[in-house]
Design a protein around this ligand. Structure first.
Ligand SMILES: Cc1cc2nc3c(=O)[nH]c(=O)nc-3n(C[C@H](O)[C@H](O)[C@H](O)COP(=O)(O)OP(=O)(O)OC[C@H]3O[C@@H](n4cnc5c(N)ncnc54)[C@H](O)[C@@H]3O)c2cc1C
Length: 440
């Protein structure tokens, strides 16, 4: 069995660690921050009685995220994810529509609730159904899906503007964190193929019932073989000789292993591993903004809802309807807006969906602008995403930006971690399969 050092304690590095340690290898994980989870984490804000633990942003998954769920099972925290089988769409003014699976078998399982949606006309719904059928037909056949944008494909399918805005955009911008006219059609196809056309329950939305950081807590790691987690330990640089990594330089000295996994975000890799041949041209970021609001009284009775026709895309109820978290994906328009204006915009918009907001007093607010939230899933990028193997024979890459087969998501990060772990295990002469196949 091999000694492995994993650099980076986000989901990719954690998944590599869990898979390799679970298979009997000895793993040492180095994380620069005080806590684990990288971009999918939580931390405390405020002090004393006003202290709150918040997620850096609400993170959700779908049941089709089979590798992420496998990772949670390995840590013994699978039951900390609450699954929801209803999506509520709300129009300004408050009219609600609910999408849920009905009695019909897949792929017709949404028929009853889809036809009852009030925010699309019958003609718009029929157009959407036609396009979803086209996704099933075209997925395996078309070779240009990474070259065109989802917007181009929807226009090619003659989707009415309101169906694009209220259905396709509403679902996909949050799922991929990119606008339809910047996102490769390939990714839009995947969301519908796996989430909506896969198994009957694969669309169900998982919401962590505890702050994200608690999912990776220390006692969970005790269950997993020989893994040592070292937080507050940044890797400064890898030391390379004769085409292989000899050590990782840290403030405490050089650390050695047989194999190394670099699970850093793409913008950090060059600084730590300058000897890795990488072509990062074409990688750019897309931002996400999270707005946390605390009111003096409940403003909603829903666990979550997607909000139509406005800047705010999602509302999550974080506590008795009084604490809500709002999410705006691909939030370029908010990046330069002062935080006070973001909060004022959020309150104005929220009141259009939940009239209770008008009478409620805002007690606290916190805005998190994640400028480097994910890579932008632009056409042409898929072929540029690197696989786990590198030009250095004992160094492997992981991270949501590597070639995971998924866009930048928690599932994509875990997949990349499992793929890197498979590459390490194979190089160590103990091949193993960690990656679970997609459900469709
Ligand atoms: C605001 C926001 C909302 C999101 N919402 C969702 C969602 O709802 N659903 C979903 O599936 N995905 C969501 N994502 C995407 C998801 O969080 C990421 O795709 C995933 O967490 C990336 O994991 P990673 O391990 O590849 O990278 P990271 O999480 O970035 O991990 C890299 C780690 O490396 C560490 N590091 C950096 N430099 C060093 C160094 N020198 N030495 C040691 N360690 C170092 C970092 O501290 C970090 O912990 C969201 C992302 C953001 C930012």
């Amino acid at each position: 069995m091999a000694d492995v050092i994993v650099i980076g304690g986000g989901l990719a590095g954690l998944a590599s660690t869990a898979a390799l340690a679970g298979a009997g290898h000895t793993v040492r994980l180095l994380e620069s921050r005080r806590f684990l989870g990288g971009r999918a984490t939580s931390y405390e804000i405020g002090t004393g009685e006003a202290a709150e633990t918040i997620d850096n942003c609400q993170h959700i998954l779908l049941r089709c995220c089979v590798n992420l769920l496998d990772f949670y099972r390995r840590l013994g925290v699978g039951n900390e994810i609450a699954f929801h089988s209803e999506f509520t769409f709300i129009e300004p003014g408050g009219r609600r529509s609910v999408l849920r699976a009905g009695l019909l078998p897949t792929p017709a399982h949404f028929t009853e609730s889809f036809l009852s949606l009030r925010f699309l006309s019958l003609a718009e719904k029929m157009a959407v159904v036609r396009a979803i059928q086209a996704i099933r037909r075209q997925y395996a056949r078309r070779t240009d899906l990474d070259r065109i944008t989802m917007q181009q494909w929807l226009e090619e399918q003659r989707q009415p503007p309101r169906a694009i805005e209220r259905f396709w955009r509403q679902v996909l911008v949050s799922a991929i964190n990119e606008e339809l006219d910047r996102m490769a059609a390939l990714h839009g196809f995947q969301v519908f193929r796996l989430g909506f056309l896969g198994r009957k329950n694969s669309y169900e939305m998982g919401v962590p019932a505890v702050p994200l950081g608690q999912l990776y807590r220390a006692d969970a790691w005790r269950k997993i073989g020989n893994a040592t987690i070292e937080t507050s330990t940044p890797a400064e640089r890898i030391v390379v000789e004769n085409g292989a990594v000899q050590a990782v330089a840290t403030a405490g000295g050089e650390l050695r292993a047989d194999y190394y996994v670099c699970a850093l975000p793409f913008e950090r890799v060059r600084a730590v591993a300058p000897d890795v041949d990488l072509d990062l041209a074409g990688f750019e970021h897309s931002p996400i903004t999270g707005i946390h609001l605390w009111f003096d009284r409940p403003v909603t009775d829903l666990p979550h809802a997607t909000l139509l026709d406005r800047t705010i895309q999602w509302m999550f109820n974080k506590g008795e309807g009084r604490a809500v978290q709002l999410v705006v994906s691909a939030s370029r328009g908010l990046v330069d807006m002062p935080r006070s204006e973001v909060i004022a915009l959020a309150l104005r918009e929220l009141a259009e969906f939940f009239p209770e907001v008008r009478d409620a007093k805002l007690e606290k607010a916190h805005v998190v602008k994640e400028i480097r939230a994910t890579f932008s899933a632009r056409p042409g990028l898929e072929a540029r995403r690197p696989a786990s193997r590198t030009n250095l024979r004992n160094l492997f890459l992981a991270g949501d930006w590597t070639r995971s087969g998924w866009p930048a998501t928690m599932e994509g990060a875990v997949r990349s971690g499992y793929l890197a772990a498979e590459a390490v295990a194979e190089a160590a002469g103990k091949p193993g399969r960690f990656l679970l196949p997609d459900i469709a």
